[in-house]
Write a protein that binds this ligand. Sequence first.
Ligand code: UD1
Length: 370
Amino acid sequence: MAETILITGGAGFVGRHVAKSLLEDGHRVRAFDSLIEQVHPARARPVELDPEVELVVGDIRDGDALGRALTGVDAVIHLAAEVGVGQSMYAVDRYTSVNDLGTAVLFQKLIDKPARRVVVASSMSVYGEGLYRTADGVLMEDVVRGPRNPDGSWDPLDGEGRAMTPVPTPETKRPALKSVYAINKFVQERLTLTLTAQYGMEGAALRLWNIYGPGQALSNPYTGVLAIFASRIMHGQAPMVFEDGRQRRDFVHVSDVVSAFRLALERPEAVGETFNIGSGEDRSVEDVARLQAASMGRGDIEPNITKQARAGDIRHNIPDLTKARTLLGYEPKQDFTRGLEELAAWVARQESKDRVAEARRELELRGLVA
Ligand code: UD1
């Protein structure tokens, strides 16, 4: 049945892709977005936003504007958020205001105008370090990354000083909130699941891993690492890789994330649940930098391994997708190499300012890279 769906942050990278998919299935889509300058330098409706999407420009903390945008809405996908882990460590008030107060205002309005379902974008950041296994095969849940190890390595060590191996992290792992952004995302998740249940709505939260794909904000220096690297490589600059580059992540293509949101919106099994969403394949940041340079025809550009850590960063985190697969019916499909090629082709058609050096200076000024 066709529904009217409100996507907060709907003019952004993920929102535009979700909107397109919903429109293709005959739904009506309204996007609520403040078009912040960091993401939308022109502060105008993005050309990539499907013309069929009704765009309401407003701040997520503006209850009156949000209340109007909720009129006639059946379901909400809540994406509006500040998303830079590093930036969250110094823009504390802005992040907490937009992410947490913004979600509170959304629910304050939903109490009066309830929707059938609300799906919130959470993050793997809520886990802090992922799950690890010691050399003796013991699973370690509450790993805390210390400063760099005395021998110069970065992997968390067990009690006997041996490096531990990252293993897929299930939703049952206790959260460990290591950045303001992680704190914000956990609050968003809890507000959504608590208040939907309280007020007769259905709620679900997706803990997303690192999303990439065409349409990423290339000029935003605080965006995901693949967009940052793409922008650097496009300008003939070496990607700046923090630590030793061996930190592992799961890079999930935006089309797979779209399918996860669709399932979370539709499946009865999603209600009241949180799900890990990734690609099921983990990679080191250095490998990704090399693959990406090659995909952009610049295999000659060597990554610059900075041996410096960014404040708030976790070392390794890779998802266990069992719950998403079995309960949600989620199955990631995008091949990474092909995804990078598609990203490279899209990047080649874009113009972006290389603002990464500027962003790094801001972190350095505040002592947040060491
Ligand atoms: C990212 C998202 C966050 C999302 C999370 C889910 C952004 C800004 N952050 O956080 O919103 O919830 O994924 O998984 O999109 N790195 C470099 N060089 C750089 C930039 C980053 O080496 O120039 C490294 C980082 O130190 C980190 C890795 O790349 O080890 C990933 O960084 P990033 O893309 O910012 O993602 P997360 O911090 O994982």
